[in-house]
Design a protein around this ligand. Sequence first.
Ligand code: MG
Length: 268
Amino acid sequence: MFKRSTVFTFLIILLSACKVQNKIAIVNHEAPVVLQGPAWAAAWQQKAGEYKALCYQAYNLAQMRLDFLLQRQYNKPVAIVTDIDETVLDNSPYQVHQAIQNAEYSDSSWIEWTNKVDCDTVPGARSFLSYAKSKGVAVFYITNRLEKERAATLKDLQRWNFPDATDDHLTMKTTTSGKETRRKQVADHYEILLLLGDNLSDFSEVFDKKPLEERNNNTENNASLFGSKFIVLPNAMYGDWDGAIYRFQYDLPAAEKEKIILKSLKKY
Ligand SMILES: [Mg+2]
């Protein structure tokens, strides 16, 4: 019916169309992914030996301090208070996922992630907390994850064999992200020897949602507590540190936040 050459030409055109479509599909898939901001920091957290080294440094120091502090006698049983995210559990896959979706943080997407019970552990966290437990130190987890994340959070801690991963040693966020009231509940019954966290408000209310300058001044004024009572873990992906730059106006569009951050930076 058709000449052989006509059929051949038709096939070439069809194949070319498929190829073009294919190419467009690939470009469309790849175009929105820009490795910057939290995703770039997630690359550092997942790949840099330096990130791991900083975590080990923090936990090695914590162990030295604990050994020292345990030489004294206390009137109450002793405890360590620790944050969870980016202190004992690693959520960098969430940041990468959001970057691929070209999306910022949202409670719903975060809960979708934590429900997967798929966090890695922060290097050094498990062995330090197990060591503390072996020395008779209770571990309390104070997190700003929500009550509805409790079951998944416990599961994640338990599957990694974190000590004291039980309901009565885990406090979630209820009304406020500030942790002072929750720390006091522990301090009523325990002598808190060390506090572990990646965000300054994991340590003291003097850092809670404070303007940038005040928060940095408070850091300077409490310099001697870092590495002695407060053990800080690195987190370049998120935290009050970036919120403070745009005055915790979390509802601003991402581009607006970036503009404010860029404007605030030293340059030449
Ligand atoms: Mg944290």
